[in-house]
Design a binder for this molecule. Sequence first.
Ligand SMILES: [Fe+2]
Length: 455
Amino acid sequence: MPGLKPSVRFYVLAVGALGLILLTLEWLREPLRWEQSLLITALLMLGINWASERYVIKLPRGGELVASTISQIASIFILPLPLAMTVTGLTTAVSEFLSRKPWYKVLFNTSQMLLAVGLPALALRAFGTPADLLGRGNAAQGMPLAIGCVFLYYTINTVLTNAIIALDRQSSVIDVWLDNNATSVLLEVGMGVIGVLWAYIWLQDPIWSLLTVWPAAMACRAFSHIRRLEDENEQGILAIADTIDARDPYTFQHSKRVAAYVERIAEVLELGSRHVEILGSAARLHDLGKIGISNEILHKTSALTPEERRLMQRHPEIAAQIIGRFRDYRDGLLAVLHHHERYDGTGYPQGLRGEEIPLGARIIAVADSYEAMTSDRPYRRALSREEAVAELKSGMGTQFDPMVVAAFLKVLSEEERERDHRLLHLNARLPQPIGTHQSSSVDTIDAVASQAGRQ
Ligand SMILES: [Fe+2]
């Protein structure tokens, strides 16, 4: 498990072991009575599970929604538990293996699915055999239990997955859940409910259960379209932000660099992954309002007239008006609106002071200023890192929030350490000239830096 934190390794192995232990215990619990109909049903479920496993919808922030949820839930009621778990585990393991995932990912994902199917079925057993609960015409009692089983499946599945991401990112499971699953919870649980309906009809008469294929396919297709529209929406608005940067060669990719700094500052301030992401998006769009400013004003190299300054200072409000129309970006609206406020209350548009200014706006202000200071402009050369840091320090308490500047200084020193580490690594891989003695580390870094700079 190269590159994994020790806590993540332990978690992977623990979940892996639990899933396999549960499967083994279920097979040992009581021997199955193999009949032809049971074998055919198991093979059929295996085929359906395999086919629906191919239908994957990408979620906004790295997660996936797989249509096999429907057949996995149905199998809890249709098949004896060891077989239901085996069908699910086998499908997952082979899929993961064919995707050339490393052994520990295959183990974790397989065991996670074994637990997601096995544990809700065990909970149902407290009330009776799952097939009897749903299939004996006692829907008034069986259905609520079956729906509860869907929620349990969903909870186990998402908690196990999100916990590994939370351990790796050192954030909370709830934050990761909000990132990955909050927008799709209804669909994910809805797919499980379709699985219950499928099982219910199957237990009355298997052939009519085919009817559930239609609504299931429609639900998956509709969600897939929603995701595509969300992606296009995001790409569209980011393309506008990039176009604004590109109007001026001096600000090319400015908002991307600001967003990278903003995310690092938010991480240092331990704002949680959800807020890091919101502020990163806000930073990408912070100057979107410049779309309403003419090139004459935007590219003017001499001092702005009072009227031009008034027009220029409208850009945060224009940006906020545009962002307000996009639901996905509204959380970062205040950070964009107030990114030119100053800590002493002399900024714009509202002259907010101190902590009246939203924290996101205070963070963008620092990152934006540093990025602007360290970039060339038509009317001045770029400041060095040391000069820009001195400017930030001198603006602490007047222009900038001292806490945010302190966090940003940490980001810069981390960045410096990472760069030094990369250069040392690069140096170690370069062949040493024959006949020269080992140079000092400072000389070596400089030599490699200048060599890398020429490439
Ligand atoms: Fe701005």
